[in-house]
Design a binder for this molecule. Structure first.
Ligand code: ADP
Length: 162
């Protein structure tokens, strides 16, 4: 135990939304360091490559003034990556009861795979609780602007794609 409390915030972040940023900001205030772990999700239809998602989260966090964070791509098990990063906490956001059902199963599984790894849920703020990456994808694919749902660097990248 180093005394430094590291939380891993895993997700797909395709794309990173204002809801994700809110969880990251609140997590960064709770823990010494938050490592955002960007899952590759190979085979799925993605908007952005993993490396680009990493860059967009770095830029969004910098623009929000967050300093005690790092953003890394990963594949494989979240519990293994948490151990590799010396993280003792998994940080997740919960928007509704469907999220809770899923997150409770994941938290239990991860605790079994890595005893001692605790999952901490932060309840989504109502202002952003309706947001999901899949909603943004739908808006963008239908030709709409997602500017008010995502941090400025993500909005710029989405505009550059269309
Ligand atoms: P995953 O593919 O692992 O579900 P996501 O990128 O969709 O990854 O989400 C990562 C985490 O952020 C999850 O814990 C999810 O519940 C949370 N999250 C997603 N959208 C929001 C939001 N609008 N407000 C709060 N938390 C959110």
């Amino acid at each position: 135990m180093t005394g430094v409390r590291v939380a891993l915030y895993p997700g797909t972040f395709d794309p990173f939304t204002n809801g994700h940023l809110d969880i990251l900001r609140r997590g960064a205030a709770l823990f010494d360091r938050v490592v955002v772990a960007v899952g590759a999700r190979l085979g799925k239809q993605m908007l952005f490559e993993a490396a680009e998602r990493v860059r967009l989260i770095e830029e969004s966090a910098a623009a929000a003034g967050l300093k005690n964070i790092a953003v890394l791509g990963f594949d494989g098990l979240v519990s293994g990556f948490a151990r590799a990063q010396a993280a003792t906490v998994l940080l997740r956001g919960v928007r509704n009861s469907a999220d809770y059902e899923y997150e409770a199963v994941m938290a239990t599984t991860n605790a079994k795979l890595a005893p001692g790894l605790e999952t901490v849920f932060l309840v989504a703020r109502p202002e952003v609780a309706f947001l999901s990456s899949s909603l943004i994808k739908e808006v963008v694919r239908a030709g709409g602007a997602a500017d008010e749902f995502v941090p400025a660097p993500v909005a710029a990248a989405l505009r550059a794609r269309s």
